[in-house]
Ligand binder design. Structure first.
Ligand code: 5RP
Length: 302
């Protein structure tokens, strides 16, 4: 371990250089050109080869909070949204019970668990065997990483163990940046947390958007960054956040509450797709949201 005295703060992120998140070594997923065929094939089920991006619908929240608003019924509330998502992130319990096996969405399985919202959240363990993940045709396994948290070290060891299993079987690993109540949500923290996940072998890293310096987070992470939606925002604000994330180097979104808690989840998913894949600006995507929502209710007014 290097002596940490006298570390010089990172300062040259080369953000004006073209992001390597495009065609990286002839492959559309950043940092994955050296991986084996199976792993790249699985990443291609998550990241669309034509845009290099993904709209991942996250509904794994029940693994520690139970049936939150919008997730009361996975079968009737969430399953109808799945065809419009490139990839879906959920527990194996949700997948087996509530999602039709005819789906062609990339399967991203929640692979960590342990504490409920009533306990210390960083006290997680690996909660899925790679064999069951293969049985479920998983493209990736998602695991929470608690940098600065009480059980930071174990969560990093969990990630490393999952990467070992994933590399052995050609399954990608998504490192999910967890933000504890006391953590400062700034670019400096997210650079630290996302880079640690990537250095430990994660093939994709999820984090939150920050208004100041987000491009330094994406530039300094050698694998694709996807952005969590976080708490429910007004639709235009959530679309603006998605737009800025993409403009500043994210390779997609992994969005939950801002879709399934929207007044029109299907319309919001369509609008987010417009931002991520079709380059819609926030105002254009918001118009699409309103039109789609009005069409869905049979109300032509917006
Ligand atoms: C829960 C998660 C969620 O999947 C993630 O936070 C995305 O959902 P949201 O957009 O609602 O934040 O990892 O631990």
């Amino acid at each position: 371990m290097a002596d940490t005295d006298g570390l010089i703060d990172a300062r040259d992120f080369g953000t004006s250089a073209p992001a390597a998140s495009g065609l990286s070594g002839g492959f559309h997923v950043k940092g994955a050109h050296g991986q084996d065929w199976g792993l790249r094939n699985r990443l291609s089920r998550i990241f669309r080869p034509d845009t290099g991006r993904t709209v991942m619908l996250a509904f794994d929240h029940g693994y520690f909070v139970g049936p939150m608003a919008g997730l009361e019924r996975l079968d009737t509330g969430i399953a109808p949204l799945v065809p419009a998502a490139d990839a879906i992130m959920m527990t194996r319990g949700a997948l087996r019970t509530s999602i039709p096996p005819t789906t062609d969405a990339g399967i991203v399985l929640r692979a960590s668990g342990g504490p409920s919202i009533l306990r210390e959240l960083s006290d997680e363990h690996i909660a899925l065997d790679i064999e069951d993940a293969l049985r479920l045709n998983a493209a990736a396994l998602a695991i929470q990483v608690f940098i600065g948290g009480e059980h930071e070290s174990r969560s990093v060891a969990n990630l490393a163990a999952l990467v070992d299993a994933g590399q052995r079987h050609g399954v990608a690993v998504l490192g999910v940046t967890a933000v504890g109540k006391d953590m400062v949500r700034d670019a400096r923290y997210f650079r630290l947390a996302t880079r640690i996940s990537a250095e430990m072998g994660a093939h994709v890293v999820k984090t939150y958007y920050v208004e100041d310096g987000f491009e330094t987070v994406t530039a300094s992470c050698p694998v694709p960054i996807i952005v969590a939606g976080g708490k429910k925002l007004p639709e235009l604000d959530a679309l603006t956040m998605a737009y800025r994330s993409i403009q500043e180097g994210a390779a997609g979104v992994d969005m939950g509450r801002n879709i399934f808690q929207s007044e029109s989840p299907a319309a919001m998913l369509a609008a987010v797709r417009g931002v991520v894949h079709d380059g819609l600006k926030p105002a254009e995507a918001y118009e699409l949201f309103k039109e789609t929502a009005a069409g869905a209710t049979g109300n032509a007014e917006s």
